[in-house]
Design a protein around this ligand. Sequence first.
Ligand SMILES: Cc1ncc(C[n+]2csc(CCOP(=O)(O)OP(=O)(O)O)c2C)c(N)n1
Ligand SMILES: [Mg+2]
Length: 556
Amino acid sequence: MTSSPAQNFAAQLLAALAQAGAQRIFLAPGARSQSLAIAAGQLAEAEAVELVVRLDERGVGFAALGAALASGEPSVVITTSGTAVANLHPAVLEAHHSGVPMILLTADRPEELRGVGANQTTNQVGIFADAVRACVDVPAPTEQPASDLVANPEIADHIVELAAEAYALSIGLTSRNGATPRPGPVQLNLQFREPLSAVVPAADAFLSAANGEAVEARLAALAASATRQAAPNFALVDAAIPTVVVAGAESGPAAVELAESWGWPLLAEPSSGARFGGNAVLAYRPLLEQRPDLAQRIGRVVVFGKPTLSRAVIGLFKRLDIEVFVVRDSRLEDFNVGGRAQHVDEVSVSHEVDGEWLAEWLLADKQLRLAQPVDGELTRRELIEAVWEATGEEVLVLGASRLIREAEVWAPAKIASVFSNRGLAGIDGTIATALGIAQATGRKTRVLIGDLTALHDAGSLAANPLADTLPRPAAEPDVQIIVGNDHGGAIFAGLEPAKLLPKGQFERLFSTPQSVDFESLAKAYGWGFRRITDEDDLRRSLELEGRWLFEVVLER
Ligand SMILES: Cc1ncc(C[n+]2csc(CCOP(=O)(O)OP(=O)(O)O)c2C)c(N)n1
Ligand SMILES: [Mg+2]
């Protein structure tokens, strides 16, 4: 039996990770990582994990991020050495800032081949700096003949330890160096020496109950030694100060509960998970700008999640006459733009709040929305309203840029699963993120993005769940990529250079108009295509099954 210490190690490590609870693996092909690929394939054949294989590590990273974001379970990512690792960086940064669990297995050359000009070898240790909860440089495995392991498939203690710790760090159960535990990416940089692979031992041979118990026991020990959370910090605040609740990205329903308990206006971003209920003031951004009678009276803001979308909201945190309370979120860095936030775990109020304050905001909101003409043209507002109306069980993913900001004003109050990469608000990886979310939820997923955002991640159209996923999905989730095509970055029209520069220069430097044929692009990758110019067609198209790219033609 040909023996490969690399294979022994890979089989045990992936089995231990699966038993810890990391059951979704994303792989991009490569040579140095071959033992991990073989082990992942074996676990997928045994239906112990779901395995996705795709070419482009940047897209693989974002698909893994999307799956973990939607499921809360860590995604495992496997890459070969060199630039492959660097291609994970955008998704790693997003996962770091949004608190999304990922376990990165980056294959590397053994120590003796580093720094001597060996092929595809660079310094991968520390490449993600403080964006990872830990980076462990694991020496090349050496011992254990495969025949011993085949006869007695017990996971070695040090591998149980490594897998359990990586899992615990990724979900924020523990931390290193006294840091506050927070979910996020963890990198195991795995050195492998030749022979790089074998077909034994098979990874699924390590899925015994006894090995599962060993991993569980290690996780329990880590949980027991985790630093105790400090006692919760309550704020009891004065009811007389006019207060608004701001729900940034990833707030969740706690923001709605607080606003409704005290009768406070709720200013909830479209991907907050809190834009619903009777206290939601939808068009808060234009109201903050146009109704000083309301905006100037605000004396307190209670913040959930990570608000990023509008300058008008961010401006509140900087106003010296406003007190800012930020409700802590164990997944996110403590938000403190403006530098004056008090971080608390819960807010309650001394006595009844005057209901008139909320009533004034709701009335102003209604008036503002009614005052905007709806003329039957397919504008961004109609696009957003139609997409929200069609969203029931479906999942909606929003790209960065102009459309999410229009959604901030026009999206109705509705309970819906809406995701957006607001950790760093990049326009990269959005299609891949949506595909990862579709995969993890199994639900029809629509992604609403600008034309440049779509082109930035065009390579992710190559995904084909029926071909690249094991075990084969019973049904491929429907995915609709809705591209609002205004031929360039419309968002930049609101920037200073739009007024400072002649039109030609502004376009060349900022809005970068494009004239890509989206129909050819979609077809080249095997996606259905429709160009949509009216609302009826849009509503009908949203009901279609399968994988579609819709180009919605918008005014610039
Ligand atoms: C990776 C990355 N590069 C650059 C940016 C800066 N940026 C923000 S929006 C934008 C243009 C987006 O254009 P489009 O997708 O067409 O959206 P629109 O504003 O036109 O709706 C750019 C380049 C970014 N956020 N992320
Ligand atoms: Mg655009």
